[in-house]
Design a protein around this ligand. Structure first.
Ligand code: BES
Ligand code: MN
Ligand code: ZN
Length: 492
């Protein structure tokens, strides 16, 4: 269970520990709030050259007080003046780590920040406190809740701000949960059920197309990927219309996600080491569904449709092979060069479906698509590929606000030449071993109709955090939910 956050008018006497934000190293600002001896201790603590407090944003130090003070433990945390919401969220994350490391279960926060700042701090704390404990049988591992009680004289404002932030964080948690789920529990059919469950009561319309419908429809790329598995593919469509004024003929925003619940590579089998963690290969779809959850929970004034393609890439007598030629939903044919380049096949049919059915004004897809993107950008940034400079820039800039960082990579005709095929309309792999993130992107571009603005987000490197971050404990990151929520909310 993640942390419990409560806002109160004042701090209750039953709490021993208090967190004191020190803005720009100025303790004097606290002289009316704490007793003189405590203030003195604070001063010496933050100036102690041998101490662990370096005054840098997020640095923490603690001391105890046995005076008649209300609290026995004081934790000072350095906060830079003029910190933005994301900086305060990171402070919250650092406090969460500090409290856990010191086995402190309940703490108060001194009322020195503005309501929206304290809400951001609380949200960072909440995001960092996430744990996936479902499969632990030891009860002790399960109950690790920390309670943070935050005094704020503008309690109502802080509460309102935090409630909104928390609903987005809960959508991030949905994404982290499904990415963490092992592939024996999460497969296309069960995943579709989870999607329905998490969106229940939020006023969205959900349609699930099963393998029979997909076959009939002619979604030959998606069904090929799922053919070798006993767990058959699904296409899940989620519509959210939260427009205050419904303009007739207005087109929706489309979100498309790769939902490969497990990627063995198929007959182009992954070597053992690379197969590990391939349960995360549905991270793009998790980001899109999480985004829908957050938009609907906050009743954002917008019209969005999300389509996620769910399949399991396995080996069997009836699995698709290298050299197969597939007919996609668009009618275009694809020569299979590598069955491990399956994500683009799933996305191709999902992209066609959403454009044919909804004629969206803009399309954004997210996918754990290529190791090559990881090779180029590492694991702290996702790639953005777009046919529209403005769209590309909006994702690139988005990172400063949401912490989901993107960097632009090319999608152009030179790469497109590499996917020509002698037998079919295209092949699913570039001719060169290099530039694989861009050859995947040009493949997707072939399925974009009417020169529609489109962006492809390759989140292969960011969907799983290999180390702890301020807002993400090691593991499934929920990457993309915050970025896409922010992007959709501001899209004009
Ligand atoms: N799901 C993988 C990409 C991936 C790699 C995601 C590492 C997360 C972490 C994708 O389906 C894949 O296998 N890509 C291949 C493409 C290759 C066959 C052209 C890759 O990147 O090696
Ligand atoms: Mn693959
Ligand atoms: Zn994959």
């Amino acid at each position: 269970m993640p942390a419990i956050i409560q806002f109160t008018k004042s701090c209750s006497k039953t709490i021993d520990t208090i967190v004191v934000p020190i803005v720009d190293g100025k303790v004097t600002a606290l002289k009316d709030v704490v007793s003189a001896p405590v203030l003195k201790k604070m001063k010496s603590c933050i100036t102690d050259k041998n101490g662990c407090f370096d005054g840098k944003h997020g640095s923490c130090v603690q001391f105890s007080s046995n005076d008649k003070d209300k609290f026995t433990t004081y934790i000072l945390v350095a906060v830079d003046k003029g910190s933005k919401a994301l900086d305060l969220e990171k402070i919250g994350g650092k406090i969460c780590v500090y409290l856990s490391a010191n086995k402190i279960k309940t703490a108060a926060v001194l009322d020195v920040l503005k309501a929206e700042d304290v809400a951001a701090l609380a949200n960072g704390f909440y995001l960092r406190s996430y744990k996936f404990m479902k499969y632990k049988t030891d009860d002790k591992a399960k109950v690790q809740d920390i309670t943070l009680k935050i005094a704020c004289d503008k309690k109502a404002n802080a509460d309102r701000e935090f409630t909104k932030m928390k609903s987005i964080s809960d959508a991030v948690f949905f994404a982290r949960d499904v990415v963490s789920e092992p592939p024996n529990a999460l497969y296309p059919e069960s995943y579709a059920k989870e999607i329905k469950k998490t969106l229940r009561g939020l006023g969205v319309k959900i349609t699930v197309l099963d393998d029979k419908k997909l076959d009939k429809m002619g979604a030959g790329a998606l069904t090929a990927v799922g053919k070798g598995s006993d767990r058959k593919p699904r296409l899940v469509i989620v519509e959210y219309d939260g427009r205050s004024k419904k303009v007739k003929g207005e087109k929706p925003i489309a979100l498309v996600g790769k939902g490969v619940t497990y990627d063995t590579g198929g007959y182009s089998l992954k070597p053992g080491g690379s197969m590990e963690k391939m349960k995360m290969d549905m991270g793009g779809s998790a980001a899109m569904i999480g985004t829908m959850k957050a938009l609907a929970a906050n009743k954002v004034d917008t019209y969005v449709v999300a389509v996620v393609a769910l399949a399991e890439n396995m080996i069997a007598g009836n699995a698709y092979r290298v050299d197969d030629v597939l007919t996609s939903l668009s009618g275009k044919t694809i020569e299979v060069i590598n069955t491990d380049a399956e994500g683009r096949l799933c996305l191709a049919d999902a992209l066609t479906y959403v454009q044919d059915k909804y004629d969206p004004s803009v399309v954004v897809d997210a996918a754990t698509l290529t190791g090559a993107c990881m090779g180029a950008l590492g694991t702290d940034m996702a790639g953005v590929f777009s046919n529209d400079k403005k769209l590309e820039t909006s994702f690139w800039k988005n990172g400063d606000v949401t912490g989901d960082h993107f960097w632009p990579l090319p999608v152009n005709d030179d790469f497109d030449k590499q996917i020509e095929s002698p037998i079919a309309d295209m092949r699913n792999l570039g001719t060169s071993r290099l530039g694989g993130a861009s050859t995947a992107a040009v493949f997707l571009r072939r399925f974009i109709t009417n020169d529609r603005p489109w962006a492809h987000l390759d989140i292969a490197g960011t969907a799983w955090a290999e180390k702890d971050y301020d807002l993400i404990p090691k593991g499934a990151s929920g990457f993309g939910v915050r970025a896409l929520y922010h992007w959709v909310s501001n899209y004009k």
